[in-house]
Design a protein. Structure first.
Lengths: 661, 140
């Protein structure tokens, strides 16, 4: 359906009131009917629905249409839908063109007349352009089935397990010496209060024992090449100075270290606990392999240590001070990004005194204090060992605050309630919650809040102004005083407490820019990785073959993270399950008779897809390597380089169209 | 947009991966902006042949906006740098032809910068409104 005279159908979608409420659609239809080659123009309430699609299909068959213009939403939303519809009517899917009159017109234009005029111009452009469309074939490329998962927190763990259970080979890359992420640091999870370790560690063991999963811990992805279905990934493995194959995780080297006492701040314990230069981050670590910190190890600093660790290791011979960084090359079909979040640096809010008053903690630190495998064995005590008799939990620290993060971190209300419960249970302290709004949507969440209300926890509605140790009365002496406007009481209150817990925001990781560039992803304004569509493609990205899961996409709780991880794994498996993929045909090509062999295009190609055919002295573009950017096309002085779907004539006619009305 | 005021026609060439998404996001955010800018999508700003810019003026545009991903963010590694190189040269040439500054503009607008997209469109519309219509201004 292409060589003959164009017979174009124009379909304008009302999108309910979204478009029809702003654009005068009947007028637009009348206008479209007057455009060259337009045979039929129709309006429908929801063009993307079955009746809408069937209308197009019926017209293709009965009115012998050979081109279709759909004026509706962004092609990023429904281009695939309408291509399928056209294909379903037996026509080539690339003979449809979408005109975006929702995002670019109806949603952004204040008045009806302007909106209608702009819509006319865009429809004219679409009609002019589509007349130049030619039927195209999609390319089929073979795809690899392996899945790379970036990040070994609960999101990455769940994604790896799901993909591995489907039979896929999975590489799980984790930056830290052990997988587990933030969840491994928690004591209990809301609202069920099951112990975090009891639900996480079996999954970690599951990862370790799964025949299809290879864990690359203490490693980072350095480079990603290739394209969907065929990514080449370079992973840098940092030296642990302990051979992962030989170490059995017996802890003997750690016991026998020349340092009798652990004296260096443990990263896993957020500095609340200590470790030795040779250590295992936590007893449930996966892999259960020791790691040496060269910054604190005497052998690295003086080369003169008695190396009691080596003696303790004995025949196992796992310790290797000469270990070097290694590079591993992986070939995978899909990549799941599950790099998680960081907690807000509470030092930024100086009025809360974190880092200044020892009695001020972040919620994550208190998770470690509450954890039975933590530095205090689960006893909630202050840094000086005292038991707090009163505790204030400050909500929204770094969240819902335009000076820091405007968004709500979603989980803080619930984890604050959980910590309030745990503190109440273990210390019998007076517990105060200072909140702006209580946000408890979720299964069993509001019920948990109700339960806390009955547990004699105090709730004060108001944003805390300050935490200070300047006493104004006898009762405040030796205490931290929380100043807050109680908005329900309409009065400023001063609440003296022993311990202040800051419910810190969940933020994008500090290195998200590097990760984003590494993987060619986009970020939203806050810096979380951007999904392809917030509702219809929540774990896909604009980069085909790459998926996102967990808090790297935005703050979320564990159930939501697990669900996303499973979704991402399912998407990754589905995408590559047929063994081949079809790719867009928007490739560059050379019209040989026009090519002078000047080779201007060759160095411009970022994929080295262009070669000189020395016999014919013309450029030749490889279909496999070309990704369809069109840089060579714009540069070709003789017009020999062309691009399918973005031909010069198509763009020129589209240009004339947008300027026509 | 009040009646009687000069309504410039502005063509914006936007890349599929950054600025087109920003424009979509501006829509989702219901950001209001002047209807004077009309988008033409290419996969990469590096696909924009300088001839497209010249053709835009010839076909009745009063100004041309060229948008791509920020430096180092190009979906195709470096297409935006190529666009930049061509733009600098083109701008010089257009100035020699008598085209006023402000009728061509290059902006890097990432997928998350809906607000920047809106702002650039508004600024450019105002600037070109001040300059008046292209052809009547002796540019051609």
């Amino acid at each position: 359906m292409s060589d003959e005279e164009p017979r174009i159908g124009v379909y304008v979608c009302d999108c309910g009131f979204n478009i029809a409420g702003v654009v005068n659609v009947p007028e637009l239809i009348e206008y479209a009917r007057g455009l060259r080659n337009v045979v039929v123009a129709r309006e429908y309430k929801y063009m993307c629905s079955s009746p809408g699609q069937e209308t197009i299909q019926k017209d293709i068959q009965e009115r012998k249409l050979n081109r279709v213009v759909v004026a509706s939403c962004s092609p990023h939303l429904h281009e695939a839908t309408f291509r399928r519809a056209v294909e379903g009517a037996g026509a080539n899917p690339f003979l449809v063109h979408m005109v975006n009159i929702r995002e670019q017109v109806a949603w952004v234009t204040a008045n009806r007349k302007d909106a209608t005029e702009k819509a006319k111009a865009l429809v004219a452009a679409g009609v002019a352009r589509v007349a130049r469309h030619a039927p195209l074939e999609r390319r089929e490329v073979p795809v690899r089935s392996e899945v790379l998962v970036l990040g070994g927190g609960i999101a990455g763990i769940q994604a790896a397990l799901t993909a591995a259970d489907s039979g896929r080979r999975v590489y799980l890359v984790e930056r830290e010496p052990s997988i587990g992420g933030h969840m491994a640091k928690f004591d209990k999870t809301f609202p069920t209060l099951d112990c975090a370790a009891c639900i996480l560690t079996p999954k970690m063991t599951g990862v370790k024992n799964h025949p299809n999963i290879t864990v690359l811990s203490y490693s980072e992805v350095a480079r990603v090449d290739g394209y969907v279905g065929n990514f080449r990934v370079t992973v840098r493995r940092k030296p642990r100075y302990v051979d992962e194959q030989k170490c059995v995780g017996c802890f003997e080297c750690i016991e026998k270290c020349v340092y009798k006492d652990a004296r260096f701040p443990s990263e896993f314990e957020l500095g609340l606990g200590k470790r030795k230069p040779i250590y295992i981050p936590f007893p449930q670590a996966v892999p259960l392999v020791a790691v040496i910190d060269p910054e604190t190890c005497i052998e690295f600093k003086t080369h003169n240590c008695r190396k009691t660790c080596v003696d303790a290791c004995g025949d196992r011979d796992a310790i290797d001070f000469g270990q070097m960084e290694q590079t591993v090359e992986l070939e995978v079909g899909t990549i799941i990004v599950a790099t998680g979040f960081q907690v807000f640096d509470a030092r930024r809010m100086t009025n809360y005194g974190y880092g200044n008053h020892p009695g001020v903690y972040t919620a994550l630190e208190v998770e470690r204090l509450a954890a039975s495998n933590g530095p205090t064995g689960g006893e909630i005590v202050l840094r000086d060992g005292r038991r707090p008799t009163s505790v204030g939990i400050v909500h929204c620290v770094g969240s819902r605050d335009h000076a820091y993060n405007a968004y709500c971190s979603k989980v803080c209300c619930m984890y604050s309630l959980k910590l309030a419960h745990l503190i109440k249970e273990r210390t019998d302290a007076d517990v105060w919650n200072f909140y702006i709004d209580m946000r408890t949507p979720g299964k069993g969440y509001e019920e948990f809040y109700q339960r806390l209300l009955a547990e004699n926890v105090h709730f004060v509605r108001g944003k805390v102004a300050e935490v200070t140790d300047l006493a104004q009365s006898k009762a405040e002496e030796g205490k931290l005083v929380i100043t807050v406007e109680d908005t329900l009481l309409g009065a400023v209150r001063r609440v003296p407490v022993d311990m202040v817990i800051l419910s810190v925001a969940l933020e994008p990781r500090p290195d998200r820019e590097e990760v984003r560039r590494l993987l060619n992803l986009s970020c939203s304004m806050e810096g979380f990785f951007l999904e392809r569509h917030p509702k219809l493609a929540p774990v896909s990205t604009m980069n085909d073959g790459m998926f996102i899961a967990g808090a790297c996409q935005g703050p979320k709780d564990i159930p939501e993270t697990v669900a996303q991880a499973e979704a991402a794994a399912a998407e990754a498996v589905a995408l590559t399950s047929r063994g081949f993929l079809t790719l867009e045909p928007n490739l560059a090509y050379i019209e040989e008779p026009l090519c002078s062999g000047c080779q201007v295009c060759i160095p411009l190609c970022p994929y080295t897809a262009i070669e000189l055919d020395r016999e014919k002295m013309v450029a030749r573009i490889s279909d496999v390597l070309c990704k369809g950017c069109g840089v060579c096309v714009a540069a070709c002085p003789s017009g020999a380089a062309k691009q399918k779907m973005f031909e010069d004539e198509q763009l020129m006619d589209e240009l004339a169209g947008v300027l026509s009305a | 947009m009040s009646d009687g005021e000069f309504q410039p026609k502005i063509v914006a060439f936007v890349c599929n991966w950054c600025t087109y998404i920003a424009a979509d996001a501006a829509g989702v955010a219901r950001a209001r902006y002047s209807p004077n800018v009309r988008l033409v999508r290419t996969m990469c700003s590096g696909r924009v042949d300088p001839q497209f810019v010249l053709a835009s003026f010839e076909k009745g545009a009063d100004a041309v906006l060229l948008c791509g991903c920020h430096p180092r963010d190009c979906h195709y590694t470096a297409g935006n740098y190529k666009a930049l190189r061509r733009f600098v040269l083109l701008k010089k040439m257009l100035a020699q032809m008598g085209l006023e500054d402000g009728r061509v503009r290059l902006e890097w607008i990432s997928a998350s910068e809906a607000e920047k997209f809106r702002r650039v469109v508004e600024e450019m519309t105002q600037d070109v409104r001040r300059l008046g219509p292209y052809k009547e201004n002796g540019g051609k």
